[in-house]
Design a binder for this molecule. Structure first.
Ligand code: HEM
Length: 493
């Protein structure tokens, strides 16, 4: 028993209970959005939300309109559901803070020390995200194609007979290896397999506990997550990364910036690198899974995609079946509208990556539809499934339709609600100043992997089961499938 003994523990528990009950006693002030607290102190509507998130939000929307506040896991969250009001988050960006949340994420989840001049550091690190776009992305594309070639030639292109494997496991392996080697460099051949697979397994174990790390549960209660995190950070210190040649411009630039703020021996540099590595795979893996799963489950999608790819390869004089010899520019990748439509449709159906902001002070949010008061300390959320699953915007929204984002052979960007054209209809990457800086890289990587798989392999699902979202990462990204599924592949003869 610790220094305070049983009476101390009992007192702490009583104080905690009192705090929870007091927090739940909050009542709606004049001008505030409708308040839904449920009957459980602290947890509020959490159980109902976890069971059927979109169903609950829809029911409340019918009852209370497009803006209301719910108590979820000790947090009061105001949902803004009208897509024409999403830009309010940008308009009030000084009062609705993103930094407050990322700081918490940095400390709690990634163990990054917040320096006094954190804002300057944050600003410089944001500047480095330019190396995930434009000309730098062309360099990343070339490098990524080389890495895909190397990974496929050393492993998959040797499989002339049918090979059976689990799809999610396959996607984890592929996406992790390609992303890591493209961003952080080529691990020398001797250590490559062990290093990559250990790092991957550890980061996946860590990621599995991510929703808990974001909650108020202390990390010591999350089994061995703390020690896994320490291992991951130690793998990504400047000293360790220096052993891996060929890192990307964005990683090099970040290293230069971090060295100005931390000492070279500081583990915080490793923690920053680890945080970016996590961001670069955590959502891309499940998107790759969903895109692949839908293509294999919908033969009409696979056929249209194969036609589109064949057409591109023929028109650029590239022959199939003579080893891995793909050369693609970003413009060529961009011209594959069916491929893009499939990926966007996979994102539409799986994204719960909510845009969440912290209310810095009490203030009145004025919109076209009226004013409402927001309370300091609450959160405000844009909830993608509400727009992605809106039947007025997307016909039969629960169905996968590979050509939903295509029209007359071109990209479709016109979607309407209440007869008005929508600016924001697909928001898996957030929007505004803090929109995901890795979005171009993520879509490009998934395009390349699907293209290579369909070009060089025959692919089939082995099991006939319908896979659903598992809802373990509500608010935090792309949902994982509720089960893995077997598929088989063989190199095309
Ligand atoms: C399909 C894959 C991905 C999805 C769905 C996704 C989604 C998101 C979302 C929703 C945000 C928060 C935006 C906001 O709150 O306004 C975000 C932030 C971020 N993402 Fe991604 N992301 C993906 C892939 C990537 C990749 C590949 C990278 C890196 C190469 C990356 C790096 C980041 C970073 C660094 C941030 C924080 C930005 C900031 O601090 O302003 N993401 N992402």
């Amino acid at each position: 028993m610790g220094p305070f003994g049983l009476p101390g523990l009992a007192l702490a528990a009583a104080l905690l209970l009192l705090f929870l009950c007091l927090r739940a006693r909050r009542s709606r002030r004049p001008g505030e959005p409708p308040l839904i607290k449920g009957w459980l102190p602290y947890f509020g509507m959490t159980m109902k939300f976890q069971k059927d998130p979109l169903g609950l939000i829809r029911t409340l929307q019918k009852q209370y309109g497009d803006i209301f506040t719910i108590l979820l896991g000790g947090k009061y969250i105001t949902f803004i559901l009208d897509p024409f009001q999403y830009q309010l988050l940008n308009k009030y960006h000084k009062k609705l803070s993103f930094q407050r949340l990322t700081r918490k994420l940095s400390v709690r989840v990634f163990s990054i020390k917040i320096l006094e001049n954190y804002e300057d550091l944050d600003h410089e690190l944001h500047g480095a995200y330019q190396f995930l776009q434009g000309k730098s992305l062309d360099i990343i594309l070339e490098d990524m194609l080389q890495n895909i070639k190397q990974t496929f030639e050393s492993q998959l292109l040797k499989t002339t007979n049918w090979n059976k494997t689990q799809m999610l496991t396959f996607c984890c392996t592929m996406v992790f290896e390609i992303t890591f080697t493209t961003m952080y460099g080529k691990v020398p051949e001797d250590d490559r397999k062990t290093f990559i697979s250990e790092l991957r397994d550890n980061i996946l174990k860590f990621d599995d506990k991510f929703p808990y790390l974001m909650s108020d549960i202390p990390i010591v209660f999350l089994r061995n997550v703390k020690s896994i995190r320490e291992k991951l950070i130690k793998c990504m210190t400047p000293e360790e990364l220096a052993k891996i040649p060929g890192s990307s411009e964005v990683v090099q630039k970040r290293q230069d910036i971090l060295e100005k703020y931390y000492g070279l021996e500081d583990l915080d540099i490793g923690a920053h690198h680890f945080a970016l590595l996590w961001a670069s795979i955590a959502n891309s893996i499940p998107v790759m899974f969903w895109a692949m799963y839908y293509v294999l489950r919908h033969p009409e999608a696979a056929e249209a995609l194969r036609d589109e790819i064949d057409h591109l390869l023929q028109s650029t004089g590239q022959k199939k079946g003579s080893g891995f010899s793909l050369h693609l520019t970003r413009e060529q990748l961009d011209s594959l509208v069916c491929l893009e439509s499939i990926i966007f449709e996979a994102l539409r159906l799986s994204s719960y990556s909510s845009t969440i902001r912290f209310v810095e002070e009490d203030f009145i949010l004025s919109s076209d539809t009226g004013d409402c008061s927001l309370r300091k300390g609450d959160l405000v959320a844009i909830f993608p499934p509400a727009i992605h699953g809106d039947p007025e915007v997307f016909e039969a929204p629960e169905e996968f339709r590979f050509d939903r984002f295509m029209e007359d052979g071109k990209k479709k960007t016109t979607f309407y609600k209440r007869g008005k054209r929508l600016k924001f209809y697909l928001v898996p990457f957030g929007f505004g100043a803090n929109k995901c800086p890795g979005r171009f890289l993520a879509v490009m990587e998934i395009k390349l992997l699907l293209l290579v798989l369909l070009t060089y392999f025959d692919l089939e699902l082995v099991e006939n089961k319908s896979i659903k979202l598992n809802y373990t990462r509500l608010f935090f990204g792309i949902q994982y499938p509720n089960s893995d599924i077997l598929f088989r592949y063989k190199v095309k003869s």
